[in-house]
Design a protein around this ligand. Structure first.
Ligand SMILES: Nc1nc2c(ncn2[C@@H]2O[C@H](COP(=O)(O)OP(=O)(O)OP(=O)(O)O)[C@@H](O)[C@H]2O)c(=O)[nH]1
Ligand SMILES: [Mg+2]
Length: 244
């Protein structure tokens, strides 16, 4: 029988998390642009200034290799969106629209404490991922030192998303262009990194991929996404075997 190209009903859900400016939105765009977008919405906004481009969760669905993939892009939990007088804006309570995001610029929305914002934001991620995403993609730059601040963001994510987030964790190292430019062998480089990053990689069971979101070659980008999906498929297969 011919292999069906119809996407299966349960989408692969990818939740992108990490520090502001690490390249979450750019990586999300590389992923959805490698596939067929279900609607012709604009790409995820990428930061070009000191300010975070992503202030609230947003998502898009695409089809990749015959599979439905839902890409959930998130803001940095350490950088909540602020009003002009420095208070934290609350995310909208309505559902994020398909391929869109909540209208975080609505005037007169109540302000929140930091903890309340984190709680309300992460609950929306979990709801959108229908509980557990197929993979949590922790986005880290590979051209900069990994800091204690960034490790604290990781610990906080673990706390908010639940103790077994690491089961589905994949590290995405962005700025891969710098590695190629400088001829760096990342696997060797990772032997010399700080204990905190080693710990993150250990928790991710050494699952990592490298992304160059600035690659001018669409085929190169598709290859990067393919490698990521391979790693994600292995997680899904292992999980199925465990639940059998
Ligand atoms: N050279 C290079 N630049 C990248 C790469 N990925 C992202 N960038 C740049 O890094 C900056 C931040 O990227 P974003 O994708 O907006 O980062 P983010 O994590 O979504 O940031 P927030 O929305 O603030 O949380 C932008 O200027 C991107 O163009 C990459 O692989 N290589
Ligand atoms: Mg972003």
């Amino acid at each position: 029988m011919a292999e069906s190209k119809e996407p299966t009903s349960q989408p692969i859900t990818l939740l992108l998390v990490g520090k502001t400016g690490n390249g979450k939105s750019s990586t999300a765009n590389t992923i959805v642009e490698a596939g067929t977008l279900e609607n012709s919405s604009a790409p995820f906004a990428v930061a070009h200034s000191f300010n975070s481009a992503t202030t609230t969760m947003e998502w898009k669905e695409c089809e990749l290799d015959g599979r439905r993939v839902k890409v959930i892009n998130t803001p940095d939990l350490a950088s909540p969106p602020l009003t002009n007088d420095g208070k934290i804006r609350s995310p909208t309570t309505s559902e994020a629209s398909k391929g869109g995001k909540s209208s975080s610029k609505k005037p007169n929305r109540p302000t929140l404490t930091k903890n309340k914002w984190v709680e309300s934001e992460t609950q929306r991620w979990i709801k959108e991922a229908k509980g557990k995403p197929t993979a949590v993609l922790l986005v880290i730059r590979c051209d900069m030192r990994y800091t204690a601040e960034e490790y604290a963001i990781f610990r906080q994510l673990k706390e908010e998303l639940g103790g077994n987030m690491e089961d589905n964790l994949v590290v995405v190292f962005t700025m891969g262009d710098f590695l190629y430019r400088d001829g760096v062998d990342l696997s060797k480089e990772l032997e010399t990194v700080c204990d905190e990053l080693k710990e993150v990689l250990r928790e991710a069971k050494e699952r990592y991929v490298v992304f160059n979101n600035k690659s001018p070659d669409p085929e190169d980008k598709k290859t990067q996404v393919k490698k990521l999906l391979q790693v994600v498929s292995e997680i899904a297969t292992a999980e199925k075997a465990e639940n059998r």
